[in-house]
Design a protein around this ligand. Structure first.
Ligand code: ASP
Length: 349
């Protein structure tokens, strides 16, 4: 038998695997780029660090057990959605009308399948509904009441809207409403304090990537405003070589198609991940007047976590199985390469 025929026969018998060798899983998460150092206190810092570490451990346990990247992403994000310290699920920011309207998206890099929900207000874990949209419907994005009807049909937990309320977020809305009345300009850099979106990107043992993001959007949003988080390519994107989840002033992430732009640089133009992510987040977006951050991961396990606010709740876990968590910009988060400096734009926050 010719050698290649022998190989084909062995593959057919299952004696030789065509799949590449197992890779070491990596999980990266963020809990929003709206950190203002002077607003932090030791108790809040401790609670946030503990929640980030728990999310990393839960998500990584899935990946270590050989589960797909999607499972790592959803396990990590549900922890952060359930924690009132983050602007997603419980603890989401309030709209101008005093409601919580939640957005989420998830994308599987190897298959390019994606699911998203927008403007839901009774779904306990929007990331699980986004995943159900991807896996159990022929659509990519469902919004509002229709999305909640779908949630009922597929057995996703619904809660009373009061579940999402926290006093801290309510007070943030009152402050924003007062600023409205005093006719302070909308969307000034101070808005950054309301960015608390959560997200995760994962690389599984099969070498597949996934990305997910979940948010309450921006405090005081009106008229059914939808941000970047549930828009595939803007706040959330994954392909076979790159996965990104963003957090920040969503309108700018939509206009720069931020997550997709980073991944195209990485997979099409072969730009190193840290440079690609730094260029979009710390140069292109601030040059337009926006701000925020992102987490990014490539198929070789490189991690990037650029941001241009005081801090970004963030963390990653890899081969050593230890959660690495950071909040502030001057904290060592273990991502070695220096990021490009923010551009010298006067419009930058
Ligand atoms: N990007 C989100 C939005 O604009 C806000 C955030 O990141 O916290 O809806």
């Amino acid at each position: 038998m010719k050698p290649y025929r022998l190989m084909l026969a062995l593959i057919a018998l299952g004696a030789v695997s065509m799949s590449s060798a197992e890779v070491s899983p990596v999980l990266v998460i963020h809990g929003g780029a709206g950190v203002i150092r002077r607003d932090m206190n030791p108790a809040k810092e401790k609670a946030v660090r503990a929640a980030l570490a728990l999310a990393l451990r839960n998500g990584y346990a899935q990946l270590k057990a050989g589960k797909p990247a999607l499972d790592g992403v959803t396990a990590a994000i549900t922890v952060l959605e359930d924690d009132p310290n983050f602007n997603a699920g419980k603890g989401a920011v309030f709209t101008h009308d005093g409601r919580n309207e939640l957005d989420a998206a998830i994308m599987d890099g190897s298959s390019h399948r994606a699911g998203a929900v927008a403007g839901v207000h009774r779904v306990k874990n929007p990331i699980l509904l986004a995943r159900a949209v991807m896996e159990k419907s022929p659509h990519v994005m469902l919004a509002g009441d229709g999305a909640e009807q779908f949630a009922k049909e597929v057995g996703i937990a619904l809660v009373d809207p009061s579940y999402f309320r926290t006093e801290e977020r309510w007070q943030q809305l009152q402050k924003a409403l007062k600023e409205d009345q005093e006719q302070q300009p909308h969307g000034d850099a101070d808005t950054a304090k309301h960015f608390g979106t959560v997200g995760a990107v994962a690389l599984d043992a099969q070498g597949h990537l996934a990305a997910g993001t979940s948010t309450g959007g921006m405090t005081d949003k009106r008229w059914g405003r939808i941000g970047d988080s549930p828009i595939i390519g803007a706040g959330t994107y994954a392909n076979s070589g790159c996965a990104v989840s963003g957090t920040g002033w969503g309108e700018y992430y939509i206009r720069t198609v931020a997550a997709h732009s980073i991944c195209m640089e990485v997979t099409q133009m072969r730009v190193p991940l840290q440079r690609a992510a730094g260029e979009i987040i710390n140069q292109e977006i601030p040059a337009m007047g926006g701000n925020g951050g992102a987490i990014a991961l490539d198929a070789d396990g490189h991690v990037a976590m650029p941001f241009n606010t005081d801090g970004m709740y963030r963390g990653w876990i890899g081969a050593d199985g230890v959660p690495h968590v950071a909040i502030y910009g001057d904290e060592n988060d273990g991502t070695a390469e220096p990021l490009p400096a923010p551009s010298d734009s006067s419009a930058a926050p």
